[in-house]
Design a protein around this ligand. Sequence first.
Ligand code: LHQ
Length: 264
Amino acid sequence: MGYEQIAVARDGGVTTITLNRPEKLNALTAVMSDELIEAFTEAREDPEVRALVVTGAGRGFCAGQDLTEFEEAYRAGERPDIRDHLIRTYHRLIPLVVETPKPVIAAVNGVAAGAGVSLAAACDVRIASDEARFTQAFVKIGLVPDSGGTWLLPRVVGYAKALELSMTGEVIDAATARRIGLVNQVVPATAFEEVVAAYAARLAAMPTAAIAETQKLLREALGVELEEALRREAEAQARMGQTDDHLEGVMAFAEKREPRFEGR
Ligand code: LHQ
């Protein structure tokens, strides 16, 4: 389908979803949320898609909720219930990103604020341009972190840092984000697209069935006892042991050649 506020492109097994409101630093509207949900759903269901990249057009990654969507109502003296908006947008989008059974890379090209940080944190890997900045901006407008911010950020940077960033709304640069583990790597802006493309292609060539199971196991292991984690690992491993990719991996090792994985 044609999109208004995002762009979707395919290159081999990699789908790139670009937030496309550069003049507003890709602030999230209800329309953009719906389009992201549609694009993620399609990519999830398409067996040819083996890795995803989420990025922003222009100088921003995502400035969070488009505040003008609320401004008009506030000026008119209305106080719309934010909960309804959250349920209709982020409560559908964020779990969909987290649970996508394929590697999802946030290519954070520029500033990420509020729900933009949540969107990046919902991805599996974050690669930042050295021009990226991050702010848990919610507190600056008298709000609590939403869009999964209370759940995602502590899992990425730990409780203490998540709480500090959420209480201060401090803007941190890419190097600081790397130091606290908010991003996996920082790349000079001039090499950014090339590095992201190579990283995505590398992930797309991996045994993607095993990656899907790995994502789920790690995510769920944070909430279960060791015994239960061991049981789930064994169950998943029994399934993976039956895949063509497992056989191919072992054969390639024995034959001293590169494996050719097909995701099954
Ligand atoms: C924007 C935005 C934006 C609209 C930049 N909206 N236009 C959920 C439900 C309900 C309510 C509220 O929240 C939520 C979840 C959330 O995400 S809350 C957090 C919402 N986001 C923010 O509070 C961030 C607001 N933006 C900023 O603090 C700055 O723009 C950052 C730090 C992101 C970037 O600063 P600069 O690089 O100096 O850029 P800028 O401020 O000049 O922005 C460029 C343009 O983008 C500008 O428009 P203009 O027409 O004046 O050129 C901004 O108004 C627009 N823009 N963020 N969220």
